[in-house]
Design a protein. Structure first.
Length: 405
């Protein structure tokens, strides 16, 4: 039915009226067989109908009133009122499709019905009954077709609005998921930085006590480093307070910084949790991941946890999954693949999650690119985290060169 909306588009009204007028002219010139040619009265009523239809193509109610008036004049003057009848019926069709208020449509239909019924006054009963049946073609048919087109357009508009609303909702949820993942990354960054800064402050404090007889200037430097580190820790804790929700984060191991050397055991714990959920997991973890930097190590752990959780949710219990993590030339190659042949758990909705969005956000922050998609009967998620670029060392000033202020 969508083709009706395109065929009777409001922008094509002039073209439809022009074709209708040309058809009317053809009917008058060559379409009357077995009868004399059109009379002058017939032309006198047809030509105004053609012209008014063109002039009033943007004002359907006025066009219907004028065409109905010409039809009322044609009934007592000519025998063949086909041109004026079609003109009035078509005007009703255009009004039904384009009227802003439904009441206008019913008023227009009543007007045309009254005009048609005036021709039946004084006619025999059989003729009157035949005329009443003719109302089904001259009034009811254009009214019905116009309502169908009108309803089709409204349904199409509503479908487009729903599709646009759904697109905006998905974009909003995607942005929210990415923002949540960035917040998680920020919290983890706080944990990593706090761990290392606290370690440096502790070492400086120990050095101040185990190195007796220090030059006062060296002691002043130690004191300054200790005070600066302590202030940095305080600022980190204060800033992260706006990112961390104590109720939501408390006890969540995924948001706790880990030592790089503990990453293999943390990955093993994630695999064990997936196995407890019924997923058969084969893990191939390169021992070299224990030497990764804390940021990429945390990313590998979070990706693994999210991917195995998705396997349990979507591939179902008893599905087979394979985790591979390797380090090649400093880059981390990570992948999780499943066969998708498990029994889907009851009560778990399909689709609609934002795990992939969060994983992609985390990978892109580290300069990688996440690939996720079907493979065979299952699903595969993989990425390569580029090698960490070491920060350039700050050049020390040469002897005799004043340090910058």
């Amino acid at each position: 039915m969508a083709w009706l909306g395109r065929l009777f588009d409001a922008r094509d009204t002039l073209a439809r009226i022009l074709l209708l007028d040309l058809s009317g002219v053809g009917y008058l010139v060559v379409g009357v067989h077995g009868r004399p040619g059109p009379t002058g009265t017939q032309w006198a009523l047809a030509v105004p109908a053609f012209v008014l239809a063109l002039l009033c193509h943007r004002r359907p109610l006025l066009n219907l009133i004028l065409q109905s008036a010409l039809l009322a004049a044609a009934f007592p003057l000519i025998d063949d009122v086909m041109i004026n009848q079609v003109g009035a019926s078509w005007a009703l069709l255009e009004l039904t499709m384009r009227a802003a208020r439904p009441r206008t449509v019913w008023v227009g239909a009543g007007l045309l019905a009254v005009v048609d019924l005036t021709n039946l006054v004084g006619e025999p009963v059989r003729t009157a009954l035949t005329g009443l049946f003719g109302l089904a073609v001259t009034v009811c048919l254009p009214l019905l077709l116009g309502l169908v087109v009108r309803t089709t357009r409204e349904l199409s508009r509503q479908a487009e609005e729903r599709a646009e609303a759904e697109r905006r909702r998905r974009e909003s949820e995607s942005r929210a998921a990415r923002a949540d993942e960035r917040g998680a990354i920020a919290r983890e960054l706080h944990d990593v930085l706090a761990h290392h800064v606290a370690s440096m402050v502790l070492r400086v404090g120990v050095a101040r006590h185990v190195l007796p007889g220090l030059d006062p200037r060296v002691g002043a430097v130690f004191d300054d480093v200790h005070a600066t580190g302590t202030a940095a820790l305080t600022d980190l804790r204060r800033l992260v307070a706006v990112l961390r929700d104590p109720d939501g984060v408390r006890g969540d191991a995924a948001l706790t910084a880990i030592e790089p050397s503990a990453l293999p055991s943390a990955l093993g714990a994630a695999v064990d949790r997936a196995r407890q959920a019924g997923v058969v997991v084969e893990a191939d973890v390169d021992p070299a991941v224990g030497a990764l930097d804390a940021v990429r190590g945390q990313a590998v752990l979070r990706l693994t946890q999210e991917a195995l959780t998705n396997v349990a949710k979507h591939a179902g219990a008893a599905a087979r999954a394979r985790l591979t993590v390797s380090v090649e030339d400093g880059a981390v190659h990570w992948a999780v693949t499943d066969d998708g042949r498990g029994a889907a758990p009851a009560g778990v909705p399909s689709g609609g999650g934002h795990g992939i969005v969060g994983m992609r956000e985390r990978v892109e922050v580290l300069g990688g690119r996440l690939e996720a998609g079907p493979t065979g009967s299952g699903w595969r998620v993989r990425t390569v985290l580029p090698a960490a670029v070491p920060a350039p060392d700050t050049p020390r000033p040469r002897a005799g060169t004043p340090e910058p202020a």
